[in-house]
Design a binder for this molecule. Structure first.
Ligand code: GLC
Length: 793
C-alpha cells in the first residue's frame, strides 16, 4: 500500500562531477548541486533534481549574470568539496549532504545539517541552524515584529483587508513576496535570497527554536548567500543582483492626496482648490476606480467629462494626476480594450491552455492579461498610452496579486496557464510574479510612449526586483494605532529587501481615523519615502483640513518641512539607486554592533543624519527614544544630547521627536506649494557642528531620463570640527548637469557667536542671531572645490 505521508529525499551520497576556477558541481542519484562564487562575498548554491547538470532556472528577479572572476580556492576530496574566497568558505560533506558557510574568521554563517537539504514530492526544502542570538530582518513586506525570528512567513501574494497583527494574528502572507533575509548575530551580518517565485514557506525558528526551515512548492533550490559582514555590503550586493531602482520624478517625492473615491471631476477640482487656498503643499491627486466607465480599465466615465482638459487645468495649479489601473479587463464584448486584448490573445488561460480564464473583480466578470509574456506587456503599455495622452502622469497598479473575488483562495486557479517569455507555466509557478510583470508593463509602456518623461508607477504586489519597475505601497491598512505601529517595521523591512521607495496609506485606509491618530501618522509619513493620504469608501473625510484646525495647522507645518527636505530626500534616492542603501534605515544600518540599536524597530534613520522616533500610542505626549552612541541634537530645540542611552522625548501634538547627528549637513530648500512652483536656487545648508558629517549632494533635472546619460551633478560636502573651528568642504562637482543652485546658505547651529568666517582663506561675512543661536552666511556657488572655516563655534 502506498503511504499517504510524503517522503523526503535528502540530498546525500554526492560525488564530484566538475571542478572549475569559480566553483564545483556534485551529483547524487537524484540531485545535482552547483556552487559558484559570484563575488568574494556572494556565493550561489543551486540544488536541482536529476543527476545531470541542467540550465539554471529563468529568473525574473536577477538581472546581473556577468560577474567578474573571483579569486577563490576550490578543493574536492573524497569526503568533501569546498569553495573559499577572501570573505568565506562553503563546504559540502559528500556523504551526508550537510553544508555550511563560515567567514574567514571561522564563524558559522549558514549551517545545513545532514538531511536538511531535500526534495519532498514537488517541494524543495532546506533548513538552517539558527544561533541563539541571531536576528532576522527583511522578507519584504511583513506584519508584526521587526525582527522576524520566531515567525512564519508564506510567500504567496494575496489581497488581504486590514492586515494588522491584532486583526489577523495568524496572517502569514501579504501582497508582496521577497524571499530575502538579512541575518545578524554578534554584530555580524549575512544574507540569503532564495530565487524561486513559487509559494515558499519560511519558518524562522517558530516550530523549532533553533531552525530556519524553508520550502518551495515547486522548482529547485537556488540560493544566493551573502557573506557580509555588513548590512550595507549585503544590501549593496542584493541591489546589484536584482537591479537598481530608477529615479522617480521629483514630484513623486511630494505630498499626494488620494481617496476611494473622488467620484466626480467637480469634487476633485474642489479638493485641488482647497489645497491651494489653504496653502497646504501637494503635488499629486489620485483617481480611484470611480473615474472609470463601469470599472473598465483605461477609460473615463461620466463623472469625469473632458479629462484632458481637466488635467491640463490642474497642471496649471501645479497638480499631477495619477489614475488607478487594475489588471482585470471587463468581459464586455463591446469593450475596445477587451476586443484588442482578445485579438492579441493576451489573457491568462484555463488549465486546458486554450480557453481564457475568467474571474471576478470590480467590473464583474473579467479576464486577466498575461503580463508574463512580452507581447501582452507591450499591448498593455500601448493601451495605457490613452491615459498618457490625456495627461495622466502616473499609474497606480492595484489588485495585481492578482485579486479574484470569484474563488475562495482569492486569486487565479493554480492550474491556470501563462505563456511566459520563457515558455508555458502554471499559475502556481509564477503567481508571485504577476504584479511585478504588470508593473513592468506599466513602466516600460510609459517610457515607450513618453521616452523623455520619468515613469511613475505604484504597485501593490511584487516579487524580488520589484524596485526596478515601481514603488511599493503597503495596501489596505486600517485607521488604528496597531497599523501605525506596524507601518514602521513594514517600511524598514521592505527597505532592507531592496525596495527603498515605499510607503503606506497615511491616516489609515479602512475605518474612520481620529484627529490624534491622523496627526501622528502624518508626522511619521513626512519622513517616509512615499507620502500619500488615502482612505476607504464610506469613511470620514481625511484631507488635511477635514479633522479640525489644529490638525490642519500641524499638517501645514509638516508639509512645509517635507518640501524643505526634498533635496535631502532626493540625494538619498540617488544614493539608494547607486548603492542599494535604504532611504528609511533601521538603526542597525549604521549601528550594527550595538544590540539595542539592532533590536530597535520603532525608530528609524532618514539617511545617515536624521533620527525619527514617531509617536505610536494614543494619548502619548512623550516617548522613550534610543540615541545610539554618537552626539545628537534635538532638531526642534537645538539641545545637544550624548547618545548611547535612552532619553525621554517630549512630544506635544505638534512635535515628533527628531534628532540630528552631530556633524550633519542637512540641505533644506525654501518652502514650496508643489515641486517646480519656483526654481530651487537657494539651499539652506544646516550644519550642527561638533562631529564629522558628509552630504552626498545629488541634483538633476528631476523629470527626464537625461540622468541616465550622466546629466546629473554630484559633489561631496563634508564637515568637521576641531576645537572651536568648523570646516566645511565642498568637493569638486562631477557630472554634466549644470547645478541650479545659486546660493549655498550656510546655517550653523552654533549657540555661540562665531568670531570669524573665511571662505577659501579669505574673510567673509555672516550674521548671528542671538535668540536662535544660529549663524547664517550666503556663499554663492562654485564648481570647483572650496572650503570655509568658521572659528569660535
Ligand atoms: C483596493 C486598494 C485600495 C483602493 C480600492 C479601490 O482595496 O488597495 O487602495 O482604494 O481597492 O480601488
Amino acid at each position: 500500500m502506498k503511504s499517504s505521508v510524503s517522503k523526503s529525499a535528502p540530498v546525500a551520497r554526492l560525488r564530484a562531477v566538475a571542478r572549475g576556477s569559480q566553483g564545483f558541481s556534485l551529483a547524487s542519484a537524484g540531485a545535482h548541486v552547483e556552487v559558484t562564487a559570484l563575488a568574494p562575498d556572494l556565493l550561489r548554491l543551486r540544488v536541482a533534481r536529476g543527476k545531470a547538470a541542467s540550465p539554471p532556472p529563468q529568473s525574473w528577479a536577477v538581472v546581473k549574470s556577468d560577474w567578474p572572476a573571483v579569486a577563490c580556492t576550490v578543493k574536492v576530496t573524497k569526503t568533501g568539496a569546498s569553495l573559499a574566497t577572501a570573505v568565506g568558505k562553503l563546504t559540502v560533506n559528500l556523504k551526508s549532504g550537510a553544508w555550511e558557510v563560515r567567514d574567514a574568521g571561522g564563524l558559522r554563517l549558514f549551517t545545513a545539517a545532514a538531511g536538511s537539504t531535500a526534495f519532498r514530492d514537488a517541494k524543495a526544502e532546506v533548513a538552517l541552524d539558527l544561533t541563539p542570538n541571531e536576528s532576522l530582518f527583511g522578507l519584504g513586506e511583513t506584519t508584526g515584529t521587526f525582527n522576524r525570528r520566531g515567525q512564519v512567513r508564506e510567500f504567496w501574494n494575496i489581497d488581504v483587508l486590514g492586515h494588522a497583527p491584532a486583526i489577523h494574528p495568524g496572517l502569514k502572507s501579504l501582497y508582496v513576496s521577497i524571499p530575502f533575509a538579512l541575518s545578524l548575530r554578534e554584530g555580524r551580518a549575512a544574507g540569503l535570497f532564495w530565487d524561486n517565485p513559487a509559494k515558499q514557506t519560511w519558518d524562522l525558528g517558530q516550530t523549532q527554536l533553533d531552525r530556519w526551515q524553508m520550502s518551495a512548492d515547486s522548482g529547485e533550490l537556488d540560493l544566493y548567500l551573502f557573506l557580509g559582514p555588513t548590512a550595507e555590503g549585503i544590501c549593496a550586493r542584493y541591489a546589484e543582483l536584482t537591479g537598481p531602482m530608477p529615479l522617480p520624478p521629483l514630484w513623486g517625492l511630494g505630498y499626494q492626496q488620494c481617496r476611494y473615491s473622488y467620484e466626480t471631476r467637480e469634487r476633485l477640482e474642489e479638493v485641488a482648490r482647497e489645497f491651494r487656498r489653504r496653502a497646504l503643499p501637494c503635488d499629486v491627486l489620485y483617481l480611484d476606480i470611480h473615474h472609470m466607465e463601469g470599472y473598465r480599465v483605461f477609460t473615463f466615465g461620466k463623472g469625469y467629462p473632458q479629462p484632458a482638459e481637466m488635467i491640463a487645468k490642474l497642471a496649471k495649479q501645479g497638480f499631477k494626476v495619477v489614475t488607478i489601473v487594475d489588471p482585470g479587463v471587463k468581459d464586455d464584448p463591446k469593450f475596445g480594450v477587451l476586443k484588442r486584448g482578445l485579438k492579441q490573445d493576451a489573457f491568462v488561460k484555463q488549465a486546458d491552455g486554450t480557453t481564457d480564464f475568467l474571474g471576478e473583480v470590480w467590473p464583474g466578470a473579467a479576464r486577466f492579461p498575461d503580463f508574463l509574456s512580452a507581447k501582452t506587456r507591450e499591448w498593455w503599455g500601448d493601451e495605457q498610452a490613452a491615459l498618457q495622452a490625456a495627461g495622466v502622469a502616473g499609474f497606480w497598479n492595484d489588485m495585481n496579486e492578482p485579486a479574484n473575488f470569484a474563488r475562495p483562495d482569492k486569486t487565479l486557479a493554480p492550474d491556470a496557464r501563462h505563456a511566459t517569455d520563457f515558455g508555458p507555466r502554471t499559475h502556481a509557478e509564477v503567481h508571485n510574479l504577476y504584479g511585478q510583470e504588470m508593473a513592468r508593463a506599466s513602466r516600460d509602456g510609459a517610457l515607450k510612449h513618453r521616452p523623455d518623461e520619468r515613469p511613475f508607477v505604484i504597485t501593490r504586489a511584487g516579487y524580488a526586483g520589484i524596485q526596478r519597475h515601481a514603488l511599493v505601497w503597503t495596501g489596505d491598512n486600517s485607521s488604528n494605532w496597531d497599523h501605525l505601529n506596524d507601518a514602521v517595521q513594514m517600511f524598514l523591512n521592505l527597505s532592507l529587501s531592496g525596495v527603498p521607495f515605499c510607503g503606506g496609506d497615511v491616516g489609515g485606509f479602512m475605518e474612520n481615523t481620529t484627529p490624534e491618530l491622523f496627526t501622528r501618522w502624518f508626522q511619521f509619513a513626512t519622513f517616509t519615502p512615499f507620502f500619500r493620504n488615502h482612505s476607504n469608501l464610506g469613511t470620514i473625510a481625511q484631507e488635511p483640513w477635514a479633522l479640525g484646525e489644529q490638525v490642519e495647522q500641524i499638517c501645514r507645518d509638516f508639509l512645509g518641512l517635507r518640501y524643505q527636505l526634498l533635496p535631502y530626500l532626493y540625494s538619498l534616492f540617488a544614493e539608494a539607486r547607486a548603492t542599494g542603501a535604504p532611504i528609511m534605515r533601521p538603526l542597525l544600518w549604521h549601528y550594527q554592533n550595538d544590540p539595542v540599536a539592532v533590536a530597535c524597530g520603532d525608530q528609524f534613520l532618514l539617511g545617515r543624519s536624521l533620527l525619527v522616533a514617531p509617536i505610536l500610542r494614543q494619548g502619548a505626549v512623550a516617548r522613550s527614544v534610543y540615541l545610539p552612541n554618537d552626539l545628537w541634537y534635538d532638531f526642534w530645540t537645538g539641545e545637544q544630547l550624548v547618545g548611547g542611552r535612552h532619553v525621554v522625548a517630549e512630544a506635544p501634538p505638534e512635535i515628533i521627536p527628531l534628532y540630528v547627528r552631530a556633524g550633519t549637513i542637512l540641505p533644506l530648500a525654501e518652502p514650496q506649494q508643489y515641486v517646480g512652483e519656483s526654481p530651487t536656487e537657494v539651499i539652506n545648508l544646516h550644519v550642527w557642528p561638533h562631529g564629522r558629517g558628509q552630504l552626498d549632494w545629488y541634483e538633476d533635472d528631476g523629470e527626464t531620463q537625461a540622468y541616465e546619460q550622466g546629466a546629473w551633478s554630484r559633489r561631496t560636502i563634508t564637515s568637521s570640527t576641531r576645537g572651536k573651528t568648523l570646516t566645511v568642504t565642498f568637493g569638486a562637482v562631477s557630472g554634466t548637469f549644470e547645478s541650479r543652485i545659486a546660493v549655498w546658505r550656510l546655517v550653523v547651529w552654533s549657540a555661540k557667536k562665531p568670531a570669524r568666517l573665511k571662505v577659501n582663506g579669505r574673510p567673509a561675512e555672516g550674521s548671528f542671531n542671538v535668540d536662535t543661536g544660529v549663524f547664517i552666511a550666503d556663499l554663492g556657488n562654485f564648481d570647483g572645490e572650496f572650503s570655509l572655516e568658521l572659528v569660535g563655534v
